[in-house]
Design a protein around this ligand. Structure first.
Ligand code: CAA
Length: 257
């Protein structure tokens, strides 16, 4: 696929997808949504990639769904285009996706970052769900993911009062994993992702699956998923290698098998 709205780059074992619609603050139009998922899915299939990063510009990660594209749409047009359903493709990605967020992460931009597995934020990052100011509500998971992550009252404040969180607040409330200086924020995110990419690939995948189960099921069901994934890893060469390397006091050599 030829991309017009994203740029891709590989650094070591990290695949980077850069949202690139500077004229619209990286607002997600249908093209951008299709391209970002196409690029992520291609990296997900690539054995040379161990982890992925989605980023925007220093000024804007993404300012939400493209308001101009949907301003005149009817509900049926929105539904038949699968406007927000298309965003669910992120749930099919098996490798870890890190959002490297600088500047605005608003509306669908905030929701996209929240859909990633972890967030490295620059000091200028601002997270918000301003949809109420244009007469709608978040549609790509904001009310649900935020409520699970930061609790009901603060989510209400973000969604209803248009409260924007600074990077420091995002760290404090558990949205961001790290806050780093604006200058070099992408390099910091790449270093963070490189560490992830250096882990045993199948164990990383099973870990992501098990942690995500905590948001989908009861504790009993979640514990079953965790145990199943734990036992399954004993069928891998990497489990044998990892434990042998520990005993032999050396670094493991992962095969992803
Ligand atoms: N959709 C379409 N275009 C957008 C956009 C968006 N979400 N956000 C910014 N742009 C465009 C602006 O219209 C402007 O274009 P023109 O130069 O052609 O006028 C350009 O990007 C630059 O934006 P601003 O001049 O507004 O830049 P600023 O620095 O003054 O403000 C901002 C930046 C605070 C991000 C502001 O642009 C803004 O508030 N954007 C809208 C945020 C928003 O409401 N997002 C929610 C969208 S709905 C949604 O996301 C639904 C969902 O859940 C899926």
């Amino acid at each position: 696929m030829e991309y017009t709205s994203v740029l891709t780059e590989v650094r070591g074992r990290v695949g980077i997808v850069k949202l690139n619609r500077p004229q619209a603050m990286n607002a997600f139009n249908m093209t951008l949504v299709a391209e970002v998922f196409d690029a992520l899915e291609a990296f997900d299939k690539d054995e040379n990639i161990g982890a992925m990063i989605v980023t925007g510009s220093e000024k804007a990660f993404a300012a939400g769904a493209d308001i101009k594209e949907m301003a005149e749409a009817s509900p049926f047009e929105m539904i038949s285009q699968g406007r927000v359903e298309k965003w669910d493709r992120i749930r099919g990605i098996k490798k870890i996706v890190v959002a490297a967020v600088s500047g605005w992460a608003l509306g669908g931009g905030c929701e996209f970052a929240l859909s990633c597995d972890m967030i490295v934020a620059s000091e200028s990052a601002k997270f918000g769900q301003p949809e109420i100011t244009i007469g709608v509500i978040p549609g790509a998971g904001g009310t649900q993911r935020l409520a699970r992550l930061i609790g009901k009252n603060l989510t209400m404040e973000m969604v209803i009062n248009n409260r924007t969180l600074t990077a420091a607040e995002a760290l404090q409330f558990g949205i961001a994993n790290r806050v780093v200086p604006v200058e070099g924020y992408l390099d910091a995110a790449v270093a963070f992702a490189e560490e992830i990419a250096s882990r045993a690939p199948l164990a990383t995948r099973m870990a992501k699956d098990a942690v995500n189960a905590a948001f989908e099921t009861t504790l009993t069901e979640g514990l079953k998923t965790e145990k199943r994934n734990f036992y399954m890893l004993f069928s891998t060469e990497d489990q044998k290698e990892g434990m042998k390397a520990f005993i032999e006091k050396r670094k493991p050599n992962w095969k992803g098998k």
